[in-house]
Design a protein around this ligand. Structure first.
Ligand code: ADP
Length: 158
């Protein structure tokens, strides 16, 4: 069984994340979406809210495609999470050169620690490549309209 791990903060989930998740469903039999929990930062949405939103947005498509989907939280080293989940693949989205620089370095270090786990990069779709959770949070904090950047379930939960 091919198992993929898609890690991130997802605070909030954006249309960019949804794009990467939908496209990764065709690559795996089981997709584990791993939400990183920071001990110091207070998130916009709780883990339970983010899990419910991801299930609402992706659950039906995953079921239709026959892919098992699970949402977990994590605080540990990513390669250990991947091993615990039995994942052969770590999935990451790439928006630009800056993402690439960061991800390439992290991937190389992860491969040194866990050579059996492959990182797969999906290039962001042009329609959503400009979106970042950080900017969405900033717009929200200044009472701006975030509806072009996030899925409906996020808007419903605000
Ligand atoms: P992190 O906290 O590691 O930056 P994020 O939650 O922002 O995690 O993102 C998780 C993953 O989704 C990362 O691989 C990131 O590059 C990718 N990602 C974030 N936004 C987009 C987007 N708009 N398009 C494609 N991939 C994205």
């Amino acid at each position: 069984m091919r198992i993929g791990l898609y890690p991130g903060s997802f605070d909030p989930i954006t249309n960019g994340h949804i794009d990467i998740i939908k496209r990764s469903l065709v690559l795996v039999d089981r997709l584990v979406i791993a939400i990183g929990i920071s001990a110091t930062k207070t998130p916009l949405f709780s883990f339970e809210q983010r899990e419910a939103m991801l299930q609402a947005e992706i659950g039906p498509l995953a079921e239709k495609l026959g892919v098992e989907m699970q949402v977990i939280s994590f605080q540990d080293l990513l390669v250990n999470v991947a091993r615990d989940q039995g994942a052969q693949l770590i999935i990451r989205g790439l928006r630009n050169g800056e993402d690439f620089e960061y991800e390439a370095q992290m991937t190389a270090m992860n491969r040194t620690m866990a050579s059996e786990i492959e990182t797969v990069f999906l290039s962001a779709s042009p329609e959503t490549a400009h979106i970042s959770s950080t900017l969405v949070r900033q717009i929200l904090s200044m009472k701006g309209d975030i509806s072009p950047f996030v899925p409906k379930s996020v808007l419903d939960n605000l």
